[in-house]
Design a protein around this ligand. Sequence first.
Ligand SMILES: Cc1cc2nc3c(=O)[nH]c(=O)nc-3n(C[C@H](O)[C@H](O)[C@H](O)COP(=O)(O)OP(=O)(O)OC[C@H]3O[C@@H](n4cnc5c(N)ncnc54)[C@H](O)[C@@H]3O)c2cc1C
Length: 431
Amino acid sequence: MASAFTEDAKSTPYWWEVCPPDPSTGDALPDEADVVVVGAGYTGLHAALQCARAGRSTVVLEAEAPGWGCSTRNGGQVSTSIKPPFAKLAGRYGEDTATAILREGQASLDFTEAFISEERLDADFQVVGRFHGAHLAKTYDRLARDIAAPIPAFETGAYMVPRGEMVTELGTEAYFGGAVFPRHASLDPGKYHRALLGLCRAAGVHVVPHCQVTELERRAPGFQLRSEMGKIRAGKVILATNGYSGPLSPWHRRRVIPIGSYVIATEPIPVDLMDSLFPTDRILSDTRKLVYYYRPSPDRTRVLFGGRVSLRETDTRRTGPILLAELVRLFPGLAGTRISHSWSGTVAYSFDALMHCGEDAGLFYAMGYCGSGVGMAGYLGMKIGRRAAGLDDAETAFDAIPNPTRPFYSGTPWFLAPSVLAYRLRDRFGW
Ligand SMILES: Cc1cc2nc3c(=O)[nH]c(=O)nc-3n(C[C@H](O)[C@H](O)[C@H](O)COP(=O)(O)OP(=O)(O)OC[C@H]3O[C@@H](n4cnc5c(N)ncnc54)[C@H](O)[C@@H]3O)c2cc1C
């Protein structure tokens, strides 16, 4: 039987072809710093950049190479990131807080675009818009209702595309139409991370890779951290570990649900085929709870296709063919195309489907982006960094809302397989 993989297929992210993990051995571990950041993804680096530019001595400790986590593994889709709809948020927190939370989503998108433009980062950032396909007739109707009931104070410009008019959006018969969100954007996650790392280093941030923090202890007036490379004292600490949050801080670990997300890149496909299946550069997703997210690669040679396709965490040699089969079901013209890259990363869900940030006496954090953190992680990292540095404009709408956990949950999601099964059922019947 023909293999789904090319002979030289890799289990590393496609993005690492252009931006492999930073090979630098990094800086030596200093004895102390005003601010120590744990984790060198978008959250940690944006936080560190604010602190360093405000004149604080700033050290980032990263267990692997900088960016090794989600920040160089993601799909490069930049959205407003807030999953719960307005009505649900208003029911929980009241209309004012619900509005403020949705505003943060818009702000994160605007911030990402402005930051990349003002800092002149080479990140292939493009406002391409998102096509969100309805996988069932009833999810099309639901989407149409949501879009027709816009929230006061928001101008998203979103519009519906009926099934019969989809040919300009996507070469598939598999959807019942969909919605376009014209302000959503795409970028190359590896390039974005590398450019951000360069800005941090230029601002004087000490980045120490391959330095896992193993203990965090309050020692007035600040903290002592123990790491693989020795101890460091910190005035303030920022936890930016997201889906990779381990035993370092049990309070934070109890509030994030680590979930694997899996992606494939296809081998290059003919230009004509790409243009007929993907007539635009839009980012793409669908109305499933277990969403498929995909897009053409920035150079339009390959299709990048991601989702959650296994009950339990598993090997990317196993998930690759399952993702490819789903891609071919959506686009039969891709039959016979093989996988060149199949990889995964660990996203952080939360119990209320919202991201969170906050402070407890000098210990800051931002995490729980629920798989939508390309824009939001940088934005909340920036906010939390400003707060740690004592700068203004550091408040967020998330400051006022509780960050829930569940009894007996300590960070290992034993309920994942039954939850995925339940979501599969909901997706099948559109519940
Ligand atoms: C496959 C995949 C696809 C995705 N696609 C999208 C998308 O298209 N759009 C979108 O908006 N979002 C997407 N996301 C989510 C997005 O990538 C993340 O929300 C975002 O990158 C989170 O950034 P972060 O800096 O908080 O965490 P990360 O980038 O995960 O960084 C956390 C870092 O902390 C380090 N760390 C953990 N513990 C320690 C310790 N004790 N000591 C030192 N270091 C430690 C880890 O090694 C890791 O590098 C995707 C995620 C994945 C995995």
